[in-house]
Ligand binder design. Structure first.
Ligand SMILES: [Zn+2]
Ligand SMILES: [Zn+2]
Length: 373
């Protein structure tokens, strides 16, 4: 009998169905990942509510598992073998364009679904494409020759490895993009898995002041921010965040502002611009509003603010994140709060979106888990 693979498929906005796909024939240069953990993030919440296209998609772009099958050319090229535990980046780049050659394959058009309808990217690519298994909310994921794979250190559990993506974003955005380092002062807006990961990256890099904002819903998350090294936390529902930042910094403002909020509109950017130091601060943005009425461009110009866009992670950031996890220097297991099985993908995504349990920080989808929690 033909072997089948069970997957949770997005069939429309906010709709998921369990479907079976044929087990792919693995070519000489391909492999197969048995998925242990597929991390869920705020992007999934957005993509689930408003899919960018109508095709059937197996979501899940933060994938950890064990190599179940590997063709000989795949083994040769990738340096991994059957039985190895790996983290697979969601990018599936071409490795021959200028971005790939520069090592910045996250910008490769072969993996950019926004501009290329034929792009390959885990969690975004249509399941109607060859090999079908292009997302982690499934028992298995197909690995082509150009999958980007990192070995997971033996002392890092699959669930802990599930936070490599937010942590690598933390390293990329705070350290590489915004230049946080020794003695930097930082405002992190939003204490979700992404904001908390920024706290860890900033702390490890030597920041002397880390302030984290959140809302009254975030009480537990703000407490965890302090556990992970934040110096001050601000509940923006209870206090004026700008006034607090200025009090804390003696009226100076901060060197760097990192926006890790979700769906907060223009407010984090406006606060960021005002909370930055008098001149030369850096503002990392990830707002996706189409328009920004009354954008204070004059302030940005006069304060000589550098605006950076949060756009994924590099190979090095992922390797550093895995090393950070392996070091056990920070209690990052406190982030991995919830797990769900394949039949509860809908509930899992909604939990990340803030429907229900307020203690949710990072949610792991475990495709082989039997029952719901
Ligand atoms: Zn993500
Ligand atoms: Zn490329």
């Amino acid at each position: 009998m033909e072997e089948r693979v069970l997957a949770a498929v997005r069939t429309g906005p906010g709709r998921t169905e369990l479907r079976e796909f044929p087990m792919p024939e693995i070519p000489e240069d391909g492999g197969l990942l048995k998925v242990e953990v597929a991390g869920i993030c705020g992007t999934d919440v957005k993509m689930y509510a408003k899919p960018p296209f109508d095709d059937l998609v197996i979501m899940g772009h933060e994938n950890v598992g064990v190599i179940a099958k590997a063709g000989p050319e795949f083994v040769e090229r990738q340096g991994v073998k059957e039985g190895d535990r790996v983290f697979v980046e969601h990018y599936v780049p071409c490795f021959r364009c200028e971005w790939c050659r520069a090592g910045e394959y996250r910008h490769c058009e072969a993996t950019d679904w926004r501009t290329n309808p034929h792009a390959r990217r885990y969690g975004y690519t249509s399941a109607e494409n060859p090999f079908h298994l292009w997302g982690g909310f499934a028992q298995y994921v197909y690995l082509p020759w150009n999958a980007v794979i990192h070995k997971v250190p033996t002392n890092v559990s699959p669930e802990l490895a599930g936070i490599v993506t937010p942590l690598s974003n933390g390293i990329e955005w705070a350290l590489f993009d915004a230049g946080v380092g020794y003695n930097s002062t930082v405002l992190v807006q939003g204490p979700g898995q992404q904001g908390l990961s920024q706290v860890v990256a900033c702390k490890q890099a030597g920041a002397s002041l880390i302030i984290v904002t959140g809302t009254s819903r975030d009480t537990a998350r703000l407490r965890l921010a302090k556990t992970l090294g934040a110096d001050h936390v601000i509940d923006v529902h209870k206090e004026d965040p700008l006034q607090r930042v200025m009090e804390i910094t003696g009226g100076k403002g901060v060197d760097v502002v990192l926006d890790c909020t979700a769906g907060a509109g223009v407010a984090p950017v406006l606060l960021g611009i005002d909370a930055l130091k008098r001149r030369g601060g850096t503002l990392l943005v990830q707002g996706e509003m189409d328009v920004f009425p009354d954008f204070p461009i004059k302030k940005v110009t006069e304060k000589a603010i550098t605006v950076k866009s949060a756009r994924g992670h590099s190979y090095r950031a992922c390797e550093l994140a895995l090393e950070q996890l392996a070091s056990k220097r920070f209690p990052l297991d406190l982030l991995t709060t919830h797990t769900f099985g394949l039949k509860d993908v809908d509930l899992a995504i909604r939990s990340v979106g803030g429907e229900g349990d307020e203690s949710v920080i990072h949610v792991s989808l475990l495709p082989w888990k039997e029952d719901a929690e």
